[in-house]
Design a protein around this ligand. Structure first.
Ligand code: GMT
Length: 368
């Protein structure tokens, strides 16, 4: 008989900002807490997507600074908080999201005797995980954990090559109540008769947002369309420059990050993603749940997410191909059917109940 995993005391560790790993951790924490578990979310600030009325308890990780330190010691501070609070709160298990430095911090706090579960999200394996400065301690921490999960098969394979571990694949979830079609909002972002193309990210170079603008300029030569870029980040100035250079800046709009991306995504005709690396593509999943088909680059876990019946995949850097795929989907006789399929697919494969049950199964095994 399985262990009774009702009423667990769980500590989740996350980055609080705009990144997908923090969103995934926060939403999982919220669902677990609403299902009756006592959930404590450890982060340097209250996570951006944690609803005010959430039953999750936020535990701040303070970053004390002493003049002798070269800077704040996040890993050590987190380890100290975890160790202290786990005892005080009677935690049964700690689950970290994004391995660097969370896995090593948890290992430092508890060693091997405590149930630790880690979820790998992307660059914690492919970029930082491979950095010689972080690889050794992260590998040791992951090897010692009771369980490690990865958000896609592509990432699990990468983790196997990088760390010699075999993570279990648990895809990310999307809430279909919240992420649903909102065509009535389209008029807020586009003019009558314009197609609305949306992208959402943290505008890091890896997201290749300037590529999107270049492809959009090709689309715009053929049809009336608007590109709405949701988020903010280091490439914003370059994106504006490219839009200006190509003469499409009047049709490229920026929307600041919002805790309610569903209000924008639900209004779109298509969602675009041109990343050079993407272990999953959470924003693309959110768009699919809104009934919005996706055109994306065929990289990493995006190839698992974007099936032909709900979108199109193009080669990285193939801007002509991207523009063609956009036009094909906008004018496809299958357009309405594809929108319905996108939503049905997201609900069937990535429903929060299904994904939460998979994490609880991992907890059960880790505790057993
Ligand atoms: O790994 C990162 O670059 C950061 C991370 C984040 O916190 O945004 O993103 C990753 O995790 C998301 C949630 O699982 C995925 O949807 C993103 O695809 C993934 N990003 C990359 O792999 C670049």
């Amino acid at each position: 008989m399985g262990l009774d995993v009702r009423g667990l005391h769980l500590g989740l560790v996350a980055y609080p900002g705009l990144g997908g790993s923090g969103i995934v951790a926060t939403e999982l924490a919220d669902r677990l807490a609403r299902a009756g578990h006592r959930v404590y979310l450890f982060a340097t600030e209250r996570p951006f997507r944690l609803p005010k009325e959430s039953p999750v308890a936020f535990v701040p990780v303070d970053l004390p600074f002493y003049p002798v330190f070269p800077g704040p010691l996040y890993t050590l501070s987190l380890a100290g908080v975890l160790e202290r609070e786990a005892q005080r709160l009677g935690l049964d298990l700690v689950h970290t999201h994004y391995a660097i430095p969370h896995a090593a911090a948890a290992y430092l706090a508890f060693g091997e005797g405590f149930p630790l579960v880690h979820t790998l999200h992307g660059t914690d394996v492919s970029v930082l995980g491979m950095d010689p400065a972080f690889h050794g301690p992260t590998r040791r921490a992951l090897m010692a954990a009771r369980a490690t999960t990865a958000v896609s098969r592509a990432l699990a394979l990468e983790a196997e090559r990088a760390f010699g571990i075999r993570p279990r694949v648990i895809h990310n979830a999307v809430d279909p109540e919240r992420f649903r079609p909102r065509p009535e909002r389209k008029r807020l972002y586009a003019e009558e008769g314009e197609w609305l193309l949306v992208h959402a990210s943290n505008f890091r170079p890896i997201k290749r947002v300037p590529d999107l603008v270049r492809a959009f300029a090709k689309v715009r030569r053929r049809v009336r369309a608007r590109l709405l870029l949701l988020g903010k980040g280091p490439e914003e100035a370059e994106v504006r420059r490219v839009a200006e250079e190509l003469g499409v800046s009047p049709y490229v709009a920026f929307h600041p990050p919002t805790p309610h991306p569903e209000a924008v995504l639900g209004a779109a005709d298509l969602f675009l993603l041109a990343s050079e690396e993407e272990s999953f593509g959470q924003a693309a999943l959110e768009a699919l749940a809104c009934g919005v088909p996706v055109v994306a680059t065929a990289v990493g876990g995006v190839t698992e997410l974007v099936r032909p019946e709900v979108g199109r995949l193009v080669e990285l850097g193939d801007l002509e191909g991207l523009a063609e795929a956009v036009l094909e989907l906008l004018y496809s006789p299958e357009r309405e059917r594809m929108r319905r399929r996108a939503r049905e697919y997201a609900m069937a494969e990535y429903h929060p109940d299904k994904i939460t049950a998979q994490y609880l199964q991992v907890y059960e095994e880790a505790l057993g």
